[in-house]
Design a protein around this ligand. Sequence first.
Ligand SMILES: [Cu+2]
Length: 138
Amino acid sequence: MRFRNWVFTAMMLISSTVQAELSVISGEVRLPPPGTSVAAAYLELRNTSSVELVLASISSSAARHTMFHRVENVDGVMKMRHAENIKLPANSTIKFSPGALHIMMMGVSDLDKDSEVDFEILFESGESIKFLLPVVAQ
Ligand SMILES: [Cu+2]
């Protein structure tokens, strides 16, 4: 289940002269334990355009607040920090995965296994991409 292929391509909403293209290669939202309102999502994003993209923010209607986090080793303790200015160079792939860069959803309500959650990533350029990720059991 976890490695089910989830392949689709999303065209960016064009608001500038650059017709950038992005593909969500794979991704999932991990179903949080019962009584927990925080969920993590993982994703692989490919930039097939010839320009670097900078990820500014992410949102989802399934959570009160969604943000990019990275895991850092602070004096031997692993801590999650808000990740800003995540760069996605031209013709490259970025991976959000457990223990590294990931998507944090705070205040999630009633996620159902095998349902889909909507996301929108906003780029510094003002462009954005919308996509769905499946909810999978941990
Ligand atoms: Cu986190």
